[in-house]
Every structure is written in C-alpha cells, then in structure tokens.
Design a protein around this ligand. Structure first.
Ligand SMILES: *Cc1c(COP(=O)(O)O)cnc(C)c1O
Length: 388
C-alpha cells in the first residue's frame, strides 16, 4: 500500500540542514574532527539541586500517575513568583499560567487554539521555524515580517498590509532574538500592543532568552509593558537559563482567555508534564540569581572571543546584548550555504547558513555559543586560519 501523507506533512520543507548534515557525515567518515557551532543547546549541566529533586520525586509513587494537564499548582505558583522576582510581572497562578512541555510545544498549541484555516499569522523572518510550521499545520497562512539589520532586526509593523493585518490571528515576536541576537525595548512593545489592539490580533512573545543578557543587560518580558496582558501571552522555558533543554518544561503566561484556550487543546492532546519534572523545575526557579549571572559570565567570554575572531578576520558582526548567538555577514561573493560549506571543508567547523531561517537570513550565518570553551577556542583558531 502506498501511504498517503497529509498535506500538512507534505508542507514541511525538506529539512533545512539536510544538505549540510550529509556533508558533515562525509567529513566525519574521512576522519575530520568536526566541531559543530550549529546547535543552540546549552553544553553545561543542569544544576545539581534540580537533578537531585528529580531523583527524589521520581521515587515517590504519588508522582507516578497522570499529571494535571495545566500543570501542578506548585509549579504554576513558582512561575508566578519567578516572573515577579525576575521581571516585576504579577501573574495569577490559577488563570494566567499554563505548564508547557517546552516552549516549542506552546508554539503549536497557541496556533491550534487561535488559528482557523485560511487565517493569517505574522511571522518574523529570519526566525525560529516552528512559527511557520505551526501556522501551516492549522491551515493558516504565514505572512513574513522581514527582520532587517537597518531596523535593528525589528519588524516594521506599519508595512504590514492592512488587509492582511485584519485577517491575522497571531503575531509572533521573539526578543532576545534567535538567530540575530537582537533585543526589543519598551517602545517596540508599545507599538506592538497598539498594532495588536487595532487589528484584534493576539501577540505571542516567544521569550526563552528572557534571562540571557550580557554585561548586566536585563532583557524585557513583554508582560512588563502596560496593556500586554490584555492582548497577548508570553511563552517561556527553563531550557536555556537552567541548562534544561532535555527536560521539556516551560510555561505560557499572560492573557487568561488565551491560556484557557491553549489548556483545552492540551487537555485533549498531551495530558501535561511528569510531576517529578515539574517539582525539579521549581528548584531551578528557586536557585539564586547568581546562578544565571555565573552562566552569563561564561557565555560572555565566548561571545567576546567569537566577536574578536570574526571581526579580526574582516567579517561584519555586531556584539549581541543578549541570547546565545552571533549573527554575522558572510564574506563578499559567498551565499550563506557556500560559506557554510567552505568552513566545513577548510576548517572542519559547522556554522548555520542564514538562509535556513528564511529568505531574509540570506547573506548571514549563525554561530551558537553553547559549545565548551576549549572546543570553541579551537574552532576560532581554525576559522582564523581558513580565512587568512
Ligand atoms: C530554544 C528556543 C525555544 C524553546 O525551546 P524549548 O526547549 O522547547 O523550550 C523557543 N523559541 C526559540 C526561538 C528558541 O530558540
């Protein structure tokens, strides 16, 4: 029998890194010691108290049954306290917090909760790919908002055609931004809130880097802005600040009706997160702020090293204030794919071609800072040599 896939499966473009993955496999086969700077996945371990709490909680049979789909009250309460401590945002743990299986899950479930077939959703390009795929999975139509360097990688909301804005259900924003490292300030969020109100669109601030700021810079939560809760939610995650990508835990916070609609989808889809993981995540959020500061001093050294190497080699790259990525221009005469291939062949280093993040990512490449110091140092030496 020939299996017929759904149109939504067929709509997913061929995996954007398939070509480069094939080349990586070839290089490894030839014995090249390949260093990947391609993946945004913290290399440092989850803090010990979190791991210990998981081990303890996993032994308690109370935690072995189905969790509540919306998450344990204790977890939602800890999220509320964490948002107050870190961002001065007040959240009702009963109505304005929903536990997620990571931020990525929230991207699909907010789309299922709000988008009907034929509706538009506004997505940033270059951007995290789930904004597009989750829109398409719901039968929605993604409308791209270019993030251009001349606009500090912020979308120009005034350029979105009125007809499309009127038919849009969600506007996705992500600051600190993956992949560009750009940040958004109060003035942008105020403009976003006005735009969302005028057009009756829900704003979804995907904010997993809300704690990842350099030199004392504190990225904003969208919910710090007056009026945000009336028109939107924020998706956040333990993955990046607490080195917990494998644990799959995050939260949707903000507008009560959006949180409730997402909960209805989750109640009928995934039944929530293992209670022991939620209990461990509470321990993470209760760690002293100095934990994050210590992490940031490590990332900051890496950022400065990569910046020095790239600019020293004549490439144009800004020093990000936040997030875990360097976004730099490829040299004259290269596409992002040809430069990635050259770096793999000449240096044995994997970088991410910007075109993988959409059309407006062409001409750039991304380097992730989630690589152990020694390996990153070695990669920078090799890039320096290859570009000489
Ligand atoms: C890492 C990341 C996420 C969330 O990751 P989870 O592990 O699913 O919480 C969401 N959005 C962006 C832009 C990311 O880079």
């Amino acid at each position: 029998m020939k299996i017929k896939q759904s149109n939504r499966v067929k709509s997913v473009p061929p995996y954007m890194f398939a070509e480069i993955n094939r080349k990586i496999a070839d290089a490894k086969k030839k014995g090249v010691d390949v260093i990947s700077l391609g993946i945004g996945d913290p290399d440092m371990p989850t803090p010990a108290p979190v791991v210990e709490e998981l081990a303890r909680a996993a032994k308690d049979p109370k935690n072995h049954q189905y969790p509540d789909y919306e998450g344990m009250f204790a977890f939602r309460d800890a999220v509320s306290k964490w948002y107050k401590r870190r961002h001065g945002v007040i959240l009702d743990p009963d109505k304005e917090v929903l536990t997620l299986i990571g931020g990525k899950e929230g991207n699909l479930h907010i789309s299922l909760a709000l988008t009907n077939p034929g509706d538009y959703c506004l997505i940033p390009v270059p951007g995290y790919t789930p904004y597009r795929t989750s829109t398409v999975f719901c039968g929605g139509i993604p409308h791209e908002m270019p993030l251009l360097e001349k606009n500090n990688f912020l979308p120009e909301l005034s350029k979105i055609p009125g007809k499309i804005a009127k038919k849009s259900r969600i506007i996705f924003v992500n600051y600190p931004n993956n992949p560009t490292g750009a940040v958004a300030e109060l003035s942008f969020y105020k403009e976003l809130i006005d735009f969302a109100e005028d057009n009756n669109i829900v704003a979804c601030s995907d904010n997993p880097y809300s704690e990842i700021g350099y030199e004392g810079y504190k990225p904003l939560s969208f919910l710090e802005v007056p009026g945000a809760k009336e028109i939107g939610v924020e998706l956040n995650s333990l993955s990046k600040p607490y080195n917990m990508t494998g644990w799959r835990i995050g939260m949707a916070v903000g507008n009560e009706e959006v949180v409730k609609a997402m909960g209805t989808i989750k109640n009928n889809t995934d039944s929530g997160v293992f209670n022991a993981v939620q209990l461990a995540a509470i321990k993470a959020m209760e760690l002293p702020d100095s934990f994050i500061e210590k992490q940031m001093s490590i990332y900051q050294k890496r950022r400065d090293l990569v910046h020095k190497t790239l600019t020293g080699a004549g490439l144009s790259c800004t020093k990000p204030k936040a997030a875990l990525y360097m976004w730099a221009k490829v040299p004259e005469g290269h596409t992002s794919a040809s430069f990635a291939t050259e770096m793999l062949e000449k240096a044995g280093v994997v970088i991410t071609p910007g075109a993988g993040y959409g059309k407006d990512g062409e001409g750039y490449f991304r380097i992730s800072l989630t690589v152990p110091d020694k390996r990153l140092g070695e990669a920078m030496e090799r890039i320096k040599r290859a570009l000489r």
